[in-house]
Design a protein around this ligand. Sequence first.
Ligand code: ADP
Ligand code: MG
Length: 621
Amino acid sequence: MGKIKVLDRDTINKIAAGEIIERPASVVKELLENSIDAQADFIEIEIREGGLSLIRVTDNGVGMDKEDCLLAFQRHATSKINSAHDLFNITSFGFRGEALASIGAVSQVLLTSRTNNEAFGHQVSFIGGQLKNIEEIAFNPGTTLEVRNLFFNTPARRKFMKSTSYEAGLITELVTKYSLGHPTIRFKLINNRETVYDTAGLNSVEDRLALIYGDNVANKFLHLPNTELLPGHNVEAWLAQNTLNRNTRNQQTFFINGRMIRSQELSKVLDEAYHTLIPKGRFPLAVLYLQLPSRELDVNIHPAKLQIKINNLDNILNKLVNLFKQSLWSYNDSSIKFLDKTNDKSSKEYLIEHEIVKETPLSYKEEHKEEKPKELNISQEKFFFTDLNQTYSPPKEKTEKFIHFPKQTVVKNSLQQGISVKKIKDLKPIGQLNNSFILAENKQGLYIIDQHACHERILYEKFMVEEEKKEIISESPLIPITLKLTGKQEAVLLKNILILKDCGFIVENFGPRTFILRGVPMGLTKVDIEKDFLDLLEELAVHANLSKAKIKEKIIIMAACKSAVKANQPLSQEEIVFLLKELDKVENAQTCPHGRPIFYHLSMEELFKIFLRGEYPKEAF
Ligand code: ADP
Ligand code: MG
């Protein structure tokens, strides 16, 4: 007798379930898609214990009659396509007809459904794929699918699950993201009997972004209205301003014809569009909608349909990059501000006015306690000017255009390949470009210096030296900071709450997914600490076992970044001179703590080439 056997239905379904139903969130995804396919405009998702003990999805869609209720759980039973031919023109989410069969194979399911044409509904129960019961029941039109004890008969898979709060976090993230793709559908999520998300009355992407991230974050999205790339190929997008970015791609959500997908190509489009606008390794928040002709999509390449193949994708990628770039760069108004003493304010006034020195850098307080003048409540103008005051006294003449650059200043290497920046004794500031870059010159040519990166590096090294052996001290922010977290963020926070406390973040629960930051590391007491804190959570989510030292370093980078002068911030001459002078002292003058370059050098030779002036006559200058 041969060795080959045809597997029984139960085994086949369990194998399929292994592919499609990886964890509770996969069940929710399949059920959501079924409800959307059924044209529901209200979907309620209820979960308990991360979805492992219960997932119940209720919709007000078209419903199923008795026959369909029974067929729905058979493998390859679908109402969505009739033949292989239809595979190439799919407009629904489902078509494989295996989700319910797979879910049924690894859980206990109760399906209740009623169509609009019937006066009553039907209720069908299955355990591990076996039909247990069917009965008529009074019910509103629509469908409820209840999934209990997921993986009860596949213990290996069940063991693979993370904590229930982690699984619940994934589900919350999924539901919130889906709600961005379908703003006309109301989504309500109940976790352990508590409503944690409800889009009732919020029928725009903007409103939902505000519900998910809070107003502060939501109003930093630029909306790119629906635009035709090619006939039948449209895009609409919500792109974060460049200040709004994270250290993973997790907050980038892509929908193609309403289907939420992962796409390396679209991620790359965003990388390209934000190139130079945000540092390497940082990713903008974004929501993209693409509407493409369904015949150009192959959705049948991934069992859970998380990836799809798009024909002629290359035709639109460049167009997308250009379009996104345009809307991002349209923010930038361009002007070079040349240094001019006439309008210069006293530096102290200036710093206070522009809040450059609003927060206390880590550890400054202790070290300079003695010198701090009592009447000042902003403690670090000294910090900023300590060195400057000693070596630099601003010229009195109003007509003097350029500041004398202190002799001892040496600017170190630029990052550019092949260019070695020599010791420059006489680097002269020219001015400031777009309030963001310092322009300076010497005989070798032009230097463009990123003012933020430059200051960040200076502060980072200062803090690092001072902080190496100290504990981080926590202090209360002026106004307690309220954080609205996603389910996933909440899970990460709860897991790391003690180590965060050691690092100076004192967090208190304040209602569903809402927390208050009562204490923050000294030096970070300012309102937009929120973003950094969320970044830190994201980081902790990715690297589960970050050491305390690593977290501490991250906090120092944050503090440096926060205290540093920003892009788009006018600088006085003194500040420019100060920055260049301080930069000279640091150990690594090439990149900021995040790894971005600080300098760009445009040599006289290059300028001569650009302007077709022949060889640059070095000797003449
Ligand atoms: P698919 O979605 O790939 O067709 P499923 O196993 O997810 O396969 O569902 C099988 C069938 O059950 C669907 O084709 C649809 O006809 C029906 N169905 C499932 N969920 C619902 C729902 N919420 N409302 C109405 N019909 C549904
Ligand atoms: Mg389906």
